[in-house]
Design a protein around this ligand. Structure first.
Ligand code: NAP
Ligand code: ZN
Length: 336
């Protein structure tokens, strides 16, 4: 089912709300899963997009974090319960009441949230991030709001730093950010790809080594050696071959969210080296701001290909073939 233009209405900004003129929105593989209802429960009309950057156009009477004209970002979260343990810890991404930027219930029309493939959005100021990169980099900052935080958060949680050997599997939107961030944190980074054509490009992104994952010899050269493997692959695949590359007490964290399950992990692959298989979902609001500031300080942005709104269906087809270096970003001003 192709995407097509529709007219939507945002709520009037309330006292705590910020209204944003969207300039760019990144195209995440989650948008494709959602639009195509590969995950259960897509609500239509569906307006995807959770890598949003733009400029504040209106602020409510009680807003004090942002002012008109600020460059800001919205990621995957636009609300949460604000009183559970997770919200108290700044981990709104794990709040049971988290409201995602699209496809979540809301009192606003049409009853579920509508995302960033749009010209404007209205969001509670608590979920609006400040962008401190130069304005000239704004388009390439957009993917940080999902691909950036989704890879930054597990790298921080599992303590990426010099002396650690970290694998990043799948060099797409998330994976290419994972390589850049793990490199900036000082780890020894090994990129895993199914595409021979990405071998050289992975080194340019910051990988120290590259493994083409269907080459058994290249894989076994890294047996029992990784502290952490960050797996961003958007499709089911053999995770046992990767678990075998973890050293004692190593962890593989799954961030890719394929529509159908991976083949089961072999228990002996876990118990024989006290290995862990984990998952991680985006990141909380304070950590998202920390990630944006880390990237501004280290000059990190995504590698992007810009598209107009009317090129979105073609962009989805190209993403499904792994044919994007490495993130499409839509110019929201082409939505007129
Ligand atoms: P993407 O840009 O399409 O990249 C996915 C990469 O996975 C591809 O570039 C490819 O890398 C590899 N891949 C794809 N199909 C494959 C297959 N059949 N076998 C092996 N490798 C394959 O996608 P993305 O935007 O980075 O998103 C990746 C996944 O993360 C999606 O499932 C998305 O929904 C999920 N996600 C999760 C979170 C979270 O919070 N956990 C947040 C955002 C996205 P190579 O060509 O290098 O092999
Ligand atoms: Zn995303």
């Amino acid at each position: 089912m192709p995407l097509e233009p529709i007219t939507i209405t945002r709520r009037e900004p309330g006292p705590q709300d910020v209204q944003i003129d969207i300039v760019y929105c990144g195209i995440c593989h989650s948008d494709i899963h959602q639009v195509r209802s590969e995950w259960a429960g897509t609500l239509y009309p569906c307006v995807p997009g959770h890598e949003i950057v733009g400029r504040v156009s209106t602020v409510g009477a009680h807003v004090n974090k942002h002012k008109v004209g600020d460059l800001v970002g919205i990621g995957c979260i636009v609300d949460s319960c604000q009183h559970c343990e997770e919200c108290g810890d700044g981990l709104e991404n794990y709040c049971d009441g988290m409201v995602g930027t699209y496809n979540f219930p809301t009192p606003d029309a049409p009853g579920h949230t509508l995302g960033g493939y749009a010209q404007q959005i209205v969001v509670d100021e608590r979920y609006v991030l400040q962008i401190r990169h130069p304005e000239s980099q704004l388009a390439a900052v957009a993917p940080l709001l999902c691909a950036g935080i989704t890879t930054y958060s597990p790298l921080r949680h599992w303590d990426a730093r010099p002396g650690k050997k970290i694998g990043v599997v799948g060099i797409g939107g998330l994976g290419h950010m994972g390589i850049k961030l793990a490199h900036a944190m000082g780890a020894h980074v090994v990129a895993f790809t199914t595409s021979e054509a990405k071998r050289d490009a992975a080194i340019v992104l910051g990988a120290n080594e590259v493994v083409v994952s269907n080459n058994a010899e290249e894989m076994s050269a890294h047996a029992k050696s990784f502290d952490l493997i960050l797996n961003t692959v958007a499709a089911p695949h053999d995770i046992n071959a990767l678990l075998a590359l973890l050293k004692r007490d190593g962890t593989m964290v799954l961030v890719g969210a394929p529509a159908t399950p991976h083949p089961s992990p072999n228990v002996f692959n876990l118990i024989s080296k006290r290995r862990s298989l984990a998952g991680s979902m985006i990141g909380g609001i304070p950590e998202t701001q920390e990630m944006l500031d880390f990237c501004a300080k280290h000059g990190i942005v995504a590698d992007i290909e810009m598209i107009r709104a009317d090129e979105i269906n073609e962009a989805y087809e190209r993403m499904l073939k792994g044919d994007v270096k490495y993130r499409f970003v839509m110019d929201a001003r082409s939505l007129d």
